[in-house]
Ligand binder design. Sequence first.
Ligand code: C2O
Length: 549
Amino acid sequence: AVVEHTFNVGNLSISQLCQPDRIITAVNGQLPGPTIQASEGDTVVVHLVNESPYSMTIHWHGIFQRGSQWADGPAMITQCPVRPGGNYTYRFNVTRQEGTLWWHAHISFLRATVYGALVILPRSGYPFPKPDREEILILGEWWNANVVDLQEMAFLTGFPARQADAYTINGKPGDLYNCSAPNQTHRFEVRQNETCLLRIINAALNTPLFFKVANHSFTVVAADACYTTPYRTDVVVIAPGQTVDALMAADAAVGGRYYMAASPYDSGVPSGPPFSMTVATAVLGYAGGAPNTTTPPALPRMPEFRDTDTAHGFLSNLTALVLPGRPTVPLAVDTRMFVTVGMGVADCRPEQTLCNRSSTVFASSMNNASFVAPGNTSMLQAHYGNVTSGVYTRDFPDTPPVVFDYTSDASDNATMQYTTKSTKVKTLRYNQTVEMVLQNTRLIAKESHPMHLHGFNFFVLAQSFGNYDEATAAPQFNLVNPQERNTIAVPTGGWAVIRFVADNPGIWYMHCHFEAHLDLGLGMVFEVQDGPTPDTSVPSPPGDLPLCT
Ligand code: C2O
């Protein structure tokens, strides 16, 4: 079947948190934008009509885009942006995956308000009892400011944009903020003894979140649209870009009301500017009985905001549900990479075009290369036409230029490195198996970077704290049922090992899903060469592909 939508992107006026008539950019006048629901095997067609004042692209986060590489969406990576007044039709198949994914703008900070759910229903039923009800819960951030201005300010000053003014659940901050209003709380009603499938998405720009529901617990059944071994927990931890599907038994009292809450996990050491400790809430209500309107709903006890034990416990305990027909871990590795991930500083002097200050600015990097997207053509166009000169170079390093103590708190300044801005790709032959150690650094600050890979899922073989040591880590790799993901929150001051098969030709962005870090260059790109047949090659571009000129 074909699932078809038109996305009119334009201005939407919203009044919340004492901000009358704030103008945001939104799809079809909705925040969150429309849900796309398809079944595994369907074709999705989305006509993007850009009526906003900003250039726009949409990314379908977690969709592989095999054979539809031109529909992936990151600006200047796989397409030039759709200019104000322009349009573009995204067309792709949802094959070989099911579960909860999402879509978002992939240009500037516009995904702050341009996002929505993308649900792929299974063809042959869930591998768990069918839930009575499903509820999409998109966690997000809200700024009392224009997010494009915020991004431009951050880029000009070289300092990350300020914290959000509120966290949100389905676009609404809930009851616990100054200026909360009754229509700014998401409400969700259940019947007693139902089982609900919660499809939880973290669409926040810069914040990993804890999620809880007062008096209720969960069984996690999927993450990033990959089924997991059922995992019992009363707290869900979810980094920007990730999704979690969790079953919740509605086993509380008829007429009861309970807060669902999202609060920040701050993995930063040392901590930056005063962190927003606020909590977004939604209300879970039980049908029947006399609604109690006098006492407020019960609030869950949220983890402390630096509770790395809880975050790491949740994120590292998940394992894949081994199902017939699912990909298994490739055991032979063709390409090994060891890649540092973190913050640093860029020296502006040799490259005045990239910053407007004569001194140093913050810059993020991978293996000391700070990624900057090309300006005149998309990388996929350059790759497809084989005219890459002046667009990108094929020298992304497999190892860091300097080996140092990556995570020690003491060696901060001694090992400080200056990064340079560049557009480097790592070229892979079709079908190569890649193993990548992602090593977070302690330059400037320790943080848990949520690293997202376009075009693929990867297996997470191991993750822990400190400097990676192959001799002790490799014997611990889970090669039996490792979780499969498209976004890995690399432990703060630690590392993760991922493995994937490059069976999807094209140009694939890998980057930190903190928008502030992406903007500062925390990314790199894989160029995967064509396979032997037309259907293992990048197809010709669609006729309406926007061009940069
Ligand atoms: Cu969800 Cu490149 O992003």
